[in-house]
Design a protein around this ligand. Structure first.
Ligand code: TZP
Ligand code: MG
Length: 218
């Protein structure tokens, strides 16, 4: 596999779906299948929080979701767990500021894999870029109930600040994103949006993904 280009990364980030078993109303497999049918462009396995699967059960679910992604050509990213990503030969890893530094993750997973980093300020963004991140997740843009330890809501301000500081790295907004606020996030300078509940908890998952994707184009 060749190293991912910046423009490919931007395209991939358009509609970034994140979930684990605790986020899903239907089975995770069904949820992911419908989300892919609706047009998600990248997927992150994030098995976290109260009631999350562990050990072999988490591994088995990850493997099944990865198979679904592979079948449809959707990149499969693992949240936090570098060992799991390496064991599965996942397409990449996403880490937060409290996790293993991006530089060390890059060394362990190799130049051709995707490294994503959550950043909350210009300084964190610059550090992540220096460490070799391929993309940044910026948020929480709006209030979220999907992450217990989420930082303060920042609106679109940090995204705007990164772009006005001439940072061209691909980035997604995250946190409380719905079809209604997608355009504001894109207009602020994000390449795409990242969601958990707007897809995983939707009554019609496929339609929800379609509408979110549509909203990124407005
Ligand atoms: N990081 C910042 S906010 C968030 C994460 C993982 C949760 C996003 O979930 P939702 O349901 O799209 O608000
Ligand atoms: Mg993390």
């Amino acid at each position: 596999m060749k190293q991912i280009t910046t423009e490919d990364m931007r395209r991939m980030l358009k509609l970034y779906f994140i979930m684990g078993s605790v986020n899903c109303r239907l089975s995770p497999e069904e949820t992911l299948t419908q989300a892919i049918a609706g047009g998600i462009t990248i997927f992150q396995f994030r098995e976290k929080g109260p009631g999350a699967l562990r050990g072999n059960a988490a591994y088995d679910l990850a493997r099944q979701l990865q198979d679904i992604c592979r079948e449809h050509g959707i990149p499969f990213i693992v949240n936090d767990d570098v060992e799991l990503a390496i064991a599965l030969d996942a397409d990449g890893v996403h880490v937060g500021q409290e996790d293993e530094p991006a530089g060390s993750i890059r060394q362990r997973i190799g130049a051709h894999k995707i490294v994503g980093v959550s950043a909350h300020s210009l300084a964190e963004a610059q550090q992540a870029i220096a460490d070799g991140a391929d993309y940044l997740g910026i948020g929480p843009v709006y209030p979220t109930s999907s992450k217990d330890d989420a930082r303060a809501v920042q609106g679109t301000q940090v995204i705007e600040q990164l772009r006005s500081s001439r940072l061209t790295i691909p980035l997604v907004g995250i946190g409380g994103i719905t079809t209604v606020n997608v355009p504001a996030v894109i207009q602020a300078g994000a390449d795409g949006v990242s969601v958990i509940s707007a897809i995983a908890a939707a009554g019609d998952i496929r339609a929800a993904a379609q509408q979110l994707l549509q909203a990124t184009l407005m």
